[in-house]
Design a protein around this ligand. Structure first.
Ligand code: FAD
Length: 506
């Protein structure tokens, strides 16, 4: 089976980088196809710490280019998607004789505030933890802290909204389609994919983009039959989620005695997210899972700060991902560069290939712009850069307007609880009202699956966001997995078996 079109670009990988490049390219008028072998964001892009941040720690490694670009992106991304991205203040406690002297941290934060791009986010300030509520959950030895700005993002939704926007701009998006092979044939690439039903299709494109994240080298070796396959260093990072450790809306930035840093972040109303670790990884990225050693490390490190210790039995959920870092030969995992590298491949007259190594969620939009510069050089430029001011689906309201959106949604659908309305606005923004359509009471939302998840939302996700399994819905499109019992998950699974094929075939 062939899709019959000679696309300009074929993108391998539906993580943030693949979807970001596909969206940017489609918006410039290129004909684009993208294949994701599993679900969107099922790789690294749903396993992050979920911060839109400059990366204070990277200043220690003199990564000024990356930090400046990332700092500049914070407010641009917030404006593009104020439903899934919002500012967060971080409390960084310090003590005499701590890991880094206070003056050094202050200097880092001064640079952070002034390197560029900060117009709306408040600057750093010093806190007296004896008086400030941020001191309450901490051990009394912490008397002072710095408080600075960064941002929060729903990572998996950022990916799917880029995929949606790419599709709305004409991209041909294939989920659950693994790229099996890609060969240069005449003036283009001949690409073979296999879908979830085992059907093999062929596609043609003038240029190929390898944005397979942790699989980028596997794609080079397996799909492209190449030998240059040691470009990325895989570094595992794990997180734990525990019942809420503090009520304050601010997050904490902790420095561990081994020089690493970690975050404790308010999460999904009732929880605290703690992470991350940094260890070299050599296995299959698909099978990654938190290790006992990482659990102990995270609990021990957080308990150095919180008065009430974090115990392994407090963990309600954990997740793990691998950073596909460009291998710059650094000796320690946490020292490997977080910057991205784009490499164009192919000699004169040959159909080009662009490989994407590394990258962060925060810099995905700039990475895509840089990729489009290379694509323009290789196959001819089309259209100017356009994504900086363009809203993602549902994000067409003022940056500080989420509260107003919640109020308006409850005004129109008064049967929604405050919590339910807030969640819908935080997931779907202005699309929430479209999803609820003409509902007059909760029964119009259809079957209730648990938590605040109803049939209307499930159908929206299947029809508009390529959701297929309960995992897609409970752990990527939403985090309702934290609130459903095992029986409720099983009921959702059997419901989906009945509807997915029917709806997605339409
Ligand atoms: C623990 C951790 C914490 C992080 N925290 C942050 C943070 O707070 N802020 C931040 O900005 N960044 C953070 N990052 C970095 C960020 O998450 C990653 O850089 C980013 O998600 C990488 O995206 P990607 O698209 O390159 O890879 P992925 O998201 O892994 O996407 C690659 C996709 O390619 C698909 N694929 C592979 N092979 C094929 C094939 N043959 N055919 C079809 N599809 C294929 C895979 O299924 C996968 O979905 C963190 C990373 C980790 C691991």
């Amino acid at each position: 089976m062939s899709d019959g079109t000679m696309h300009d670009l074929f993108v391998i990988g539906g993580g943030i980088n693949g979807c970001g490049i596909a969206r940017d390219a489609a918006g410039r008028g290129y004909s684009v196809a993208l294949a994701e072998m599993n679900d969107f964001a099922s790789g690294t892009s749903s396993a992050s710490t979920k911060l839109i941040h400059g990366g204070l720690r990277y200043l220690e490694h003199y990564e000024f280019r990356l930090v400046r670009e990332a700092l500049m992106e914070r407010e641009i991304l917030w404006t593009m998607a104020p439903h899934i991205i919002w500012p967060m203040r971080f409390v960084l406690p310090f003590q005499k004789g701590g890991v880094r002297p206070a003056w050094l941290v202050r200097l880092g934060l001064f640079l952070y505030d002034h390197l560029g791009g900060r117009k709306l986010l408040p600057a750093t300030r010093t806190l007296d933890l004896k008086r400030d509520p941020a001191g309450r959950p901490l051990k009394p030895i912490f008397r002072k802290a710095f408080e600075y700005s960064d941002g929060w993002v729903d990572d998996a939704r950022l990916v799917v909204l880029n995929a949606r926007d790419a599709a709305e701009r004409g991209a041909f998006i294939l989920n659950r389609a693994q790229v099996l092979s890609a060969r240069r044939e005449g003036k283009g690439w001949r690409i073979e994919t296999r879908d979830a039903q085992g059907r093999v299709s062929t596609h043609q494109a003038r240029m190929l983009v390898n944005a397979a994240g942790p699989w980028v080298d596997q794609v080079l070796a397996g799909v492209l039959a190449r030998n240059d396959v040691r470009n990325v260093r895989l570094v595992q990072g794990s997180h734990i989620v525990v019942r809420r450790k503090f009520a304050d809306p601010r997050a904490y930035f902790f420095q561990n005695p081994d020089g690493r840093i970690m975050f404790a972040i308010p999460y999904e109303d009732d929880f605290t997210l703690i992470g991350t670790t940094d260890r070299d990884f050599t296995g299959d990225p698909r099978k990654i899972a938190i290790t006992g050693e990482e659990v102990d490390y995270l609990c021990r490190a957080a308990s150095e700060y919180f008065a009430d210790p974090v115990r392994p039995e407090d963990i309600v959920w954990s997740y793990s991902g691998v950073r596909p870092l460009f291998d710059d030969g650094a000796s320690k995992a946490q020292e490997a560069t977080r910057d991205y590298v784009l490499k164009l491949d192919g000699s004169e007259g040959e159909p080009p290939l662009l490989n994407v190594f590394g990258g962060k969620l925060t810099t995905y939009r700039r990475l895509a712009e840089h990729a489009l510069e290379k694509i323009g050089e290789a196959i001819g430029a089309k259209g100017p850069a356009w994504t900086a001011g363009a809203r993602l689906p549902g994000g067409d309201f003022p940056v500080e307007g989420a509260g107003g959106e919640v109020k308006a949604l409850r005004g129109r659908f008064p049967f929604l609880s405050q919590r339910h309305a807030e969640r819908l606005v935080r997931c779907y923004g202005s699309d929430a009202a479209k999803m609820l359509h003409a509902a007059r009471d909760a029964s119009d939302l259809g079957r209730h699956f648990g938590g605040t998840l109803y049939e209307a939302e499930v159908l929206w996700l299947v029809e508009r966001e390529w959701a297929v399994t309960a995992q897609d819905i409970l752990w990527r499109r939403t985090k309702q997995g934290l609130f459903l019992s095992q029986d409720e998950v099983a009921a959702l699974e059997s419901y989906l078996e009945g509807v997915v094929g029917r709806l997605q075939a339409v």
